[in-house]
Design a protein around this ligand. Structure first.
Ligand SMILES: O=C[C@H](O)[C@H](O)COP(=O)(O)O
Ligand SMILES: C=C(OP(=O)(O)O)C(=O)O
Ligand SMILES: [Mn+2]
Length: 444
């Protein structure tokens, strides 16, 4: 088992930092290997079952959070607002589509970033690119941009405290459905919030009705909430693998759900090999050049037993491409009898950079890719099983459009992401209402 877990070391691992002190990397890995797991095997198994249900059309995955979490933003308020935003979106989807929603944060470990370029140049000065807080600092100085292995250990501890607060919120009464109005408080007033308020009012009435009838709804007091990140940095992921004492099987205990990015999904690469040996549910991002054959080879390697819930394909094609690129993949995979969970990431195929240098996305393009995803599944007869979005509970101005109609000039007012632009609270709710309509149609 351990031998196969380490087989990835002889393969090419893309997008890894260049550490200058190998001794410090070994020390950090040994430290991580001695820490308690962040998640438990039983929770991971339960999530796999939930995802299996979604792949049969009996649930829907809502996965979202920052593009790049930062150590500085792991504060109580920011974590709470992201959790609240996801809970609100989940309510909109659950109520709108009468469908159980599986809530998975891009949280508690989403710290490592693949980059298009190894370097960044500003005013004639070239330094290593920022690769996420778990690797180096964002400040544009040689010292900050140096890959620092002690950040691996810090990343673990920040993940632990983030996850601790998430567990407290979601198990300790905060996620009680009777708090459905409370989750909306503190966010700036806007049309999406008003629409949410009226839906929350309907839920309140339904709960009072259940109370009056004497229905026991203890189940509504807590909610399952899982965490996920891109398993990019193998010096972080490998030391966090633990062998489950119940079964003797390996779990990557850095998160419940781990995904492989578009840039590191080579079938012969280190990431696919490594993740093929852990029991966690695994996602793979699929960009617009993916063929049905690529998808099948990933299935054969990552899910040879065709175990329901094991494999999720997260397609990120771009609004202009999804309607052509996705159907042949869906058809090819179905023809082979495989049934992965199909999820849309309507963000990463729709990036643009403004003349003033802001990385952004148009809300309309995000919506269009979402609609294209539902259309593609409708045309082939496969199941649209979830959404994967970059979002925050904060009132940022990073994506263009939405009902506030954020324009290019407004982007600079509250652009806080260190990597990709996120939907703000209002845009996230707007998106959820739209997806609920599509889901209702898909399940009608
Ligand atoms: O989050 C995804 C990637 O890290 C990001 O899109 C890469 O962006 P870049 O082109 O600025 O490197
Ligand atoms: C890097 C990301 O996506 P992709 O691998 O799809 O480009 C991401 O999800 O932030
Ligand atoms: Mn991103």
């Amino acid at each position: 088992m351990l031998k196969s877990l380490d087989a990835y070391q002889s393969l090419e691992a893309k997008q890894q930092p260049t550490w200058s002190d190998p001794g410090a990397v070994s020390a950090a890995r040994a430290d991580l290997a001695s820490q308690p797991p962040l998640v438990f095997a039983g929770e991971v198994d339960l999530l796999r079952e939930r995802l299996a249900a979604a792949s049969r059309g009996e649930g829907f995955l809502l996965q979202g959070g920052d593009c790049a979490e930062t150590f500085a933003a792991a504060t109580a308020d920011k974590i709470r607002d992201r959790v609240k935003t996801l809970l609100q979106m989940a309510v909109v989807l659950t109520y709108g589509a009468s469908m159980p929603v599986i809530k998975v944060g891009r949280m508690a470990g989403q710290f490592a970033k693949p980059r298009s370029s190894n370097t960044e140049t500003r005013e004639g000065v070239t330094l290593p690119a920022y690769r996420g807080d778990i690797v180096n600092g964002y400040d544009f100085t040689p010292q900050s941009r140096e890959a620092d292995p002690s950040r691996l250990v810090r990343g673990y501890h920040v993940s632990a405290s983030t996850l601790n607060l998430i567990r407290a919120f979601t198990q300790g009464g905060f996620a009680d459905l009777r708090q459905v109005h409370e989750w909306n408080k503190g966010f700036v007033s806007n049309p999406a919030n008003q629409r949410y308020e009226s839906l929350a009012g309907e839920i309140d009435r339904a709960l009072r009705f259940m109370d009056a009838c004497g229905v026991d709804h203890t189940a509504l007091k807590q909610t399952e909430f899982y965490v996920s990140h891109e398993a990019l940095l193998l010096d972080y992921e490998r030391p966090l693998v633990r062998i489950d004492s119940r079964t003797g099987e390996a779990y990557d205990t850095s998160g419940h759900f781990l995904w492989i990015g578009e840039r590191t999904r080579d079938i012969d690469g280190a990431h696919v090999e490594f993740l093929s040996h852990v029991r966690n549910p695994i996602g793979v991002k699929l960009g617009p050049t993916t063929t049905a054959d690529d998808a099948m080879r990933l299935i054969d390697k990552l899910d040879p037993e065709r175990e329901p819930g094991r494999l999720t394909f997260i397609t990120r094609m771009g609004a202009g491409k999804i309607r052509d690129a996705l159907p042949p993949i869906l058809e090819g995979v179905r023809a082979e009898g495989a049934q992965p969970l199909w999820v849309t990431d309507p963000m990463h195929g729709n990036g643009i950079t403004t003349a003033t240098g802001f990385k952004t996305r148009r809300f309309d393009d995000v919506m269009d890719e979402l609609l294209g995803f539902f259309e593609a599944h409708r045309s082939i007869g496969t199941i649209p099983g979830g959404i994967h979005v970059e979002l925050t509970g904060d009132d940022v101005t990073e994506c263009l459009g939405g009902s506030e109609n954020i324009d290019e000039a407004t982007l600079e007012t509250r652009y806080e992401s260190l990597c990709d632009p996120r939907l703000n609270h209002m845009q996230s709710l707007e998106l959820a209402f739209r997806v609920a309509e599509e889901l209702k149609r898909a399940t009608a």
